[in-house]
Design a protein around this ligand. Structure first.
Ligand SMILES: [Zn+2]
Length: 570
């Protein structure tokens, strides 16, 4: 897979290496960087030909520290329909698309729409009655953008055998019911969503590897050369191995194994080189989604129209939103904390973060890991407090910020869902920058299909603290809307570190990727402009991604899609 030996030059190289922030050229051999500096310096290590990218700026390839590429591909790439608000902004648009899908999708195949958000689309979640009105007698499912809710047609319930024979709720999830106890076609939380979506997923008529490759190609076109899977389980092993066996796979992959899988302690056994496909650690979910009222915060939701629209009836769920109590967390960390894996935990509410930090601290202590370089992770941390960021720093726990939460829901978080003093500082990147976490620990992610894969938009949002804007025609403009928590703005340099070297750090890969330095892999992104020289409020629009390089070779996303499409359907 390694590219030829060569010297690559561009208008400038931004290395993210503080020892030499800027360079003229990079020499590459065997997939790794052998020299960085002037063209003359690079030519002292090789007389290989020069590849001249004049007119472009080179940076280290972007690193996505928290994603879900496989499921994102299956749920958003054809034959699935992506109705996320930035593509289909309102309910009438969804209705039109759903009716068309019922005509276009061949009879016998099911229909899957992904990306409904009650808050952003401004509509209630449908039940089987509305679903039948849209899709008739077809097996169809609509999955929420948060992935924590779904609705299906009566035909889908019938295919499950649950029409006259409603099952009990699964552990960790609930099925919506009518007064007579029959299922109303809605499912809440991931185990229930997966149970309802199963018939639709089975008869979608798609090619899951081709769908995943198409999604990964989109990530590659956004400049990403290393990514992650934060909901891995052993059922995904063959898919990841098949995709990462392809000659044109465009990025590296670190998988984090869900602790719900009894096989989560196992090492990844695969013939794929670990620098391409490796297991980063273990993952669990300590709470849910702010848009569904399933996070544990010390402050209540407001009694507002937006909260009612989201279907949130309990304004202050508090610890009721925990997915684990302390004893359960302790037992899980006693079992897995000493296995050598990096541990990652989804936690959005400040009460959840208190609970997890308490359990982390006790487990780190008992496993003899306090003071070591364990880098246990906290994911998203939307409502984290400053004292918690300081505590993370003391414990060596690393948060990664879902800045997209502020971008997509900032206008609602700030004064509609929560009092402004809580909502405006959502994803408090500025507070994190004021702690020791500034040094090498602040990273940003897009969380798979929950937001468009676009690291530069996260940079723009962290620098400006602006939410997404919508034009009069309903089109989205990323991070170009209202200002939320200007005291949380960070420097452009820190934001660029957050999608390169710091994102590599939380994946424990900063020794091999994340900056342009001798000895690291030659993973690069080619930009149309120097991001330090454009208006920070327009980075995502004005800095175009011209391509990426993996191990010294230009990636070819289209070739990768073609290779995946030629794989047998699994
Ligand atoms: Zn996630």
């Amino acid at each position: 897979m390694y590219g030829d030996t060569r010297v690559i030059t561009a208008d400038q190289l931004i290395t993210m290496d503080p020892a030499r922030p800027r360079a003229e050229a990079v020499a590459v051999s065997g997939g790794r960087i052998t020299a960085v500096g002037s063209i003359a310096e690079c030519l002292t290590v090789t007389d290989a030909p020069i590849t001249d990218l004049s007119g472009s700026t080179l940076m280290p390839g972007f690193v996505e520290p928290h994603s879900h590429p496989l499921l994102s591909g299956i749920t958003t790439e054809a034959p699935a329909y992506n109705i996320s608000p930035w593509l289909v902004p309102d309910w009438p648009g969804i209705v039109a698309l759903a009716r068309q899908a019922a005509v276009d999708v061949p009879p016998g195949n099911s229909i899957l729409l992904f990306g409904l958000d009650q808050l952003l689309h401004g509509c209630p979640f449908p039940t089987a009655t509305e679903m039948d009105d849209l899709f008739g007698d077809r097996i169809a499912v609509i999955i929420a953008l948060s992935q924590h809710k779904a609705a299906v047609t009566t035909a889908a319930l019938e295919s499950l055998g649950w029409l006259d024979n409603a099952p009990p709720d699964p552990v960790g999830g609930t099925f919506g019911r009518r007064p007579d106890g029959s299922l109303d076609g809605t499912a809440d939380e991931v185990p229930a969503v997966l149970a309802f979506a199963a018939p639709a997923l089975q008869s979608l008529g798609g090619h899951s590897l081709a769908q995943a490759s198409s999604y990964l190609a989109g990530m590659s076109r956004a400049g990403i050369t290393a990514a992650s899977e934060l909901a891995y389980d052993t059922t995904m092993a063959s898919a990841y191995e098949a995709l990462w066996s392809l000659p044109h796979v465009p990025m590296r992959m670190s998988v984090y194994h869900s602790t719900a899988d009894p096989l989560c302690s196992q090492r990844l056994t695969t013939p794929i080189a670990p620098e391409l496909l490796c297991k980063g650690g273990l993952k669990f979910w300590a709470d849910g989604s702010a848009w569904l009222g399933t996070i544990a915060t010390s402050f209540p939701y407001l009694d507002s129209e937006a909260v009612r629209r989201a279907g949130i009836s309990d304004l202050h769920p508090g610890p009721k939103a925990f997915n684990y109590d302390r004893d359960e967390l302790d037992a899980m960390l006693a079992q897995h904390g000493g296995e050598g894996w990096q541990i990652a935990c989804h936690a959005n509410g400040d009460l959840t973060i208190d609970l997890v930090l308490d359990a982390y601290e006790a487990a780190l202590q008992s496993h003899g890991l306090l003071g070591t370089d364990h880098r246990w992770r906290l994911e998203h941390v939307g409502a984290t407090r400053t004292d918690q960021l300081q505590r993370m720093s003391r414990l060596g726990v690393i948060p990664t910020f879902g800045v997209f939460q502020m971008m997509q829901w900032g206008d609602l978080l700030d004064g509609e869902l929560f009092e402004s003093r809580f909502g405006a500082r959502w994803s408090p990147t500025g507070d994190a920058a004021a702690t020791d976490l500034d040094a090498s620990h602040q990273s940003y992610h897009n969380d798979g299909n929950i937001s468009p894969s676009n690291p530069l938009a996260s940079v723009q949002a962290a620098v400006t603290r602006r939410s997404n804007a919508r034009t009069e025609s309903g089109e989205y403009r990323l991070a170009a809307g209202h200002l939320h928590g200007p005291e949380q703005q960070v420097s452009l340099h820190l934001a660029l570190k957050a999608i390169t070297i710091n994102a590599a750090y939380i994946l424990r890969r900063e020794h091999e990727i994340g900056s342009i330095e001798v000895g690291k892999f030659a993973d690069l992104v080619e930009l149309s402009a120097d991001p330090y020289l454009v208006n920070p409020a327009r980075i995502a629009e004005e800095v175009e991604i011209r391509g990426t390089w993996l191990a010294g070779r230009p990636t070819e996303p289209d070739a990768f899609i073609a290779e995946a499409a030629a794989l047998p359907v699994s």
